[in-house]
Ligand binder design. Structure first.
Ligand code: ZN
Length: 240
């Protein structure tokens, strides 16, 4: 398996690794360790470059497979051989924007649950914008501004963001995690990674986050849509 460097340190921008397998057909390499996020939980995969043997290859995408994280290189690049050493460099502008956006989404979840008891059912994000779906029957147009103000108060409150990797049994003892559908985790998973906005929100989550909610910056709730009587979708944007 690939060691997931971003699980314990989301601020790593460059790293060295060894190629453990090559997939010619997919034009991809498997690495023993990586800082590239392969996508998941609504957060898109990272971009960047891999350097090896005097060439710099653009990363077209990172993708998680059963064996670990595959790094798909641009068609114009040659592939490094199995056993080769490579140096990865993240497109940090994009990744840091995604970290801020992902933490912003958790602030939104935390506020909407705390103030209205509404649970999140899904979400998706791009750098500096995202949308989240809630079971939120009482959501109205008038609440858009109220939620926006509440979210920005939590940004300004500068909550530390704490990441932990817990044994499955320990995670299942935490009431806040049970509400976020931790019980959907496949039985084979032995450890649960948790992301806590201390004092606001706690979720099982594999994504990359900033260290403090103040890094998110001002958030705007730009739109909301009714997806039926119960289900509502809220759209947010961050400043650059
Ligand atoms: Zn998340």
């Amino acid at each position: 398996m690939t060691e997931l460097l971003y699980h314990t340190d989301s601020y790593i921008q460059t790293f060295t690794a060894t190629v453990t397998a090559v997939d010619e057909a997919a034009h991809a390499v498997l690495l023993d360790r990586t800082a590239f996020y392969p996508g998941g939980g609504g957060q898109p995969y990272d971009l960047g470059t891999l350097r090896f043997a005097g060439q710099t290859a653009a990363l077209e995408r990172a993708r998680k497979g059963p064996e670990g994280v595959w790094h798909v290189l641009a068609a114009s690049a040659s592939l490094p051989a199995q056993g080769a050493s490579v140096e990865g460099q993240l497109d940090w502008t994009r990744r840091y924007q995604l970290m801020r956006t992902h933490t912003a989404m958790h602030i939104l979840c935390g506020v909407v649950f705390r103030d209205y008891g509404a649970q999140v059912t899904g979400g998706d994000m791009e750098p500096l914008q995202g949308r989240m779906d809630f079971e939120f029957e009482t959501m109205t147009k008038e609440l858009v501004g109220v939620i926006e103000s509440a979210v920005n108060r939590e940004v300004a409150a500068a909550h530390p963001v704490r990441v932990q990797i817990l044994p499955r049994e320990a995670a299942f003892q935490i009431p806040d995690l049970i509400r976020t559908k931790i019980n959907l985790l496949p039985p084979g998973i032995e450890e649960v990674r948790t992301v806590e906005l201390v004092g606001l929100d706690l979720q099982a989550d594999g994504g990359t986050h900033v260290h403090n909610t103040s890094e998110v910056g001002k958030m705007r709730v730009v739109d909301y849509k009714s997806k039926g009587k119960i289900n509502k979708r809220i759209y947010v944007e961050l400043g650059a």
